[in-house]
Design a protein around this ligand. Structure first.
Ligand code: NAP
Length: 240
């Protein structure tokens, strides 16, 4: 079903985004990988070496409108269409609110919220014209409930939930589906961590989140999967 469709994945250099790219490539999708660092090119090369074709990488910072527009323009030039945008790029930190600088506050909003807005804004004219498309955002469980020492990050993910919910209603009549995937603790490089360390053995794996993306993106056109929330069993969290 996803074969030969075209996806843009932001934050694909490493962590969850890299595995999303691998699993979507397995589905036969044509991919454009985006990341703000040069590492995104290495990731694309790695995937190509394992036998996947039709993968390009574009260094782009999701918080910059010009970068995001360039990403969309180059995708259309290379592959002619965009079926799926995965807004995965994100940053975060966990500290007391009075220790958060205004620059840190601005940065986390620029990447996590502005990045999602700019990505959606850039693909929508094309998706509306085609009367189809899928926008999946990797939000977080903290877009659904609050945690201590993470007020700035939590605020960005609540913003993303509000944005995605409202957008979903706005574009439904154009055949465009919008959903969020809200994981709890995932073993990645997030917030300066290292992927694969023994302390995180029982956390969610990047593969679990990528599988959720494949499921959401593969839903038949008459169906929208609005949200997937997933947690490791070891994580204690409130249930609504
Ligand atoms: P990660 O391992 O740190 O990866 C973050 C990715 O985002 C990297 O590929 C990075 O690549 C990219 N990125 C950062 N700033 C960017 C920017 N300005 N423009 C474009 N790309 C940018 O973290 P992760 O856990 O995979 O995070 C992916 C998403 O999952 C985030 O939205 C995060 O909030 C969400 N999430 C994570 C967890 C968790 O426990 N890990 C839980 C829930 C939700 P470059 O360095 O090349 O830019």
């Amino acid at each position: 079903m996803l074969k030969d469709q075209v996806a843009i994945i932001t934050g694909a250099s490493r962590g969850i985004g890299k595995e999303i790219a691998r699993q979507l490539a397995e589905q036969g999708m044509k991919l454009v990988l985006a990341g703000s660092s040069e590492e995104v090119h290495q990731t694309a090369e790695e995937l190509k070496k394992t036998g996947f074709e039709n993968i390009i990488s574009i260094q782009s910072d999701v918080s910059r409108e010009k970068d995001v527009q360039n990403l969309v323009d180059k995708t259309l030039a290379a592959f002619g269409q965009i079926d799926l945008l995965v807004n995965n790029a994100g940053v975060g930190f966990f500290k007391l609110t009075e220790e958060v600088s205004l620059d840190e506050w601005k940065k986390v909003f620029e990447v996590n919220v502005q990045g999602v807005f700019l990505g959606a804004k850039a693909v929508l004219p094309h998706m509306k014209k085609r009367k189809s498309g899928n926008i999946i955002t990797i939000s977080s469980d903290v877009g659904r409930y609050t945690i201590p020492n993470g007020a700035a990050y939590t605020a960005t993910k609540y913003a993303v939930q509000g944005f995605s919910g409202s957008l979903a209603q706005e574009v439904r009549e154009f055949g465009i589906r919008v959903g969020t995937i809200n994981p709890g603790m995932v073993d990645t490089y997030f917030a300066g961590s290292t992927q694969g360390i023994p302390e995180k053995e029982e956390w969610l794996k990047v593969e679990d989140i990528a599988k959720a993306v494949v499921y959401m993106a593969s839903a038949p056109q008459y169906m929208v999967v609005d949200e997937i929330i997933l947690h490791p069993l070891v994580q204690n969290y409130p249930i609504a």
